[in-house]
Design a protein around this ligand. Structure first.
Ligand code: FMN
Length: 164
């Protein structure tokens, strides 16, 4: 699958095949693509924690509002950044790379909010990340059981040539 197809067909997957694990090599590929994301002044302020352990995922699923499916996804990748001028943009760019790379590998994924969430610090502690790490996102990863089709605004509605 090429990059354009991955970008066009990626959707947030919240139902996973619990019988089918994700290969460590694929999880490594996802993080490799994430760490190559654009970052302001090439700061690369990110760190990634790959969680496969079911008990830890269950804990994350319990604390992360709207992330209950993390318990069923075979893996969850937590994206942290250390504070810098553009850490949020940088961390979001890395997160989006994770999602698109997952699609390219035939995996489903879903971005679960992290930054500014009341549970951000709890997640940091669960995962043993240092105090200066800010949670950006939790990304559930696994083989999809169902892929939703949310309505997208048409190109003609959002594209403005030369002026708004
Ligand atoms: C910053 C951000 C936070 C999100 N947080 C959650 C979340 O906590 N739980 C969830 O199920 N989906 C979450 N999503 C996924 C969105 O709901 C999803 O991207 C949106 O509905 C569009 O669907 P699509 O990703 O399939 O195109 C989040 C997405 C973004 C960008």
């Amino acid at each position: 699958m090429d990059a354009l197809e991955a970008l066009r067909t990626r959707r947030s997957v919240r139902q996973y095949d619990t019988e089918r694990g994700v290969a460590d090599a694929d999880l490594e590929t996802l993080v490799d693509c994430a760490r190559l994301a654009a970052s302001a002044r090439n700061a690369q302020p990110w760190e990634f924690v790959v969680v496969r352990d079911a008990a830890t995922r269950a804990e994350l699923a319990r604390v992360a509002t709207n992330g209950s499916f993390i318990a069923d996804a075979p893996a969850c990748i937590a994206v942290f950044c250390r504070k810098s001028d553009y850490f949020l943009e940088d961390g979001c760019a890395a997160t989006q790379n994770l999602l698109v790379a997952a699609r390219a590998l035939g995996l489903g994924s879903c971005w679960v909010a992290g930054h500014r969430k009341p549970y951000a610090d709890t997640v940091r502690k669960i995962l043993g990340a240092p105090d200066d790490m800010l949670l950006i996102s939790l990304v559930a990863v696994g083989y999809p059981l169902a892929v939703p089709s949310p309505v997208k605004r048409p190109l003609a509605d959002v594209l403005h040539w030369e002026k708004f």
